[in-house]
Design a binder for this molecule. Structure first.
Ligand code: DGL
Length: 279
């Protein structure tokens, strides 16, 4: 591990691939004055079907890289990494790496809102197999709202559909409808569904088309962004360490041209990206 710089630096945003760009987009919309470094581990994506140990190992490598690039604050803009790696990194790794740096996830900010959104107290989670198997959502929801009944549905085809630019294609209709029907069959009382994967907002139009009337779809980006704003307000010592020139840099572990092409699907504007090695 290299010696970490203490100079102010951009906020780091990490995802296994492109999905975190939906979170980055909302963060930048709310907090345009800050600088950001986005890192996508596209070469090793998807994480959703990988084991706990591997997701933890890859996520820690990414966090280390963002720290080496100077970041003091890193957002895991990936539910799978937040579910499988965040707690261990916060409890075991941060005290050794640098106790003053911080890593935050996307599950808690989403869960904090859900108790105010559901009226029936029956909530659905759609996420990767890894996030569903981790039970992170039910556990976090029950810490804050023990009365809420939570049902989960793994949607293993949704990430590949988005990554392959098929989110608007006919094939996506089949899988979106199938997983929504499965979830609603598990609990017809569900009135709010959390999209617990940062890729899924790209499927929002289709999801809204097939979801039963009266069911609210909860997309995370805005909640994560306002939670970060609140965090920076409550932690002026961290805010001082975040540079503010309104700039964003992008890194990927895959080929640069592939990232630039696909990133524009998520962001609607072209980005310049640099390849980086995490190992
Ligand atoms: N974007 C990741 C998440 O939010 C999932 C993508 C993957 O499977 O790597 O869970």
């Amino acid at each position: 591990m290299k010696k970490l710089s203490q100079a102010p630096a951009p906020i780091g945003i990490f995802d296994s691939g492109y999905g975190g760009l939906t979170i980055f987009d909302k963060i930048r919309e709310l907090l345009p004055q800050y600088d950001y470094i986005y890192l996508g581990d596209n070469a090793r994506n998807p994480y959703g079907t990988r084991s706990f140990d591997i997701v933890y190992e890859f996520t820690l490598q990414a966090v280390n890289k963002l720290f080496e690039l100077g970041c003091h604050l890193v957002i895991l803009a990936c539910n799978t990494a937040s579910a499988k790696a965040l707690r261990t990194i916060q409890m075991n790794d941060l005290p050794l790496l640098d106790p003053n740096r911080r890593v935050l996830g996307v599950i808690r900010p989403t869960v904090e809102q859900i108790g105010y959104l559901t009226k029936t107290r029956h909530v659905g989670i759609m996420a990767t197999s890894g996030t569903i198997k981790s039970d992170s959502y039910p556990m976090e929801i029950h810490k804050l709202f023990p009365d809420i009944q939570v049902s989960g549905e793994a949607c293993p085809m949704w990430v590949p559909l988005v990554e392959n630019n098929e989110a608007d294609g006919l094939g996506a209709d089949y899988f979106v409808r199938k997983n929504l029907d499965n979830l609603m069959a598990k609990d017809p009382m569900i009135d709010s569904i959390i999209l617990g994967c940062t890729h899924y907002p790209l499927l929002l139009n289709k999801i809204k088309r097939f979801v039963p009337d009266g069911v609210t779809i909860v997309s995370q980006g805005e909640y994560v962004a306002s939670s970060l704003k609140d965090y920076l307000y409550r932690h002026p010592e961290m805010d001082e360490k975040c540079t503010k020139n309104g700039k964003a840099q992008f890194y990927t572990t895959e080929a640069e041209d592939k990232f630039s092409e696909s990133a524009s699907i998520f962001l609607n504007y072209p980005v310049t990206v640099q390849r980086i090695d995490l190992t």
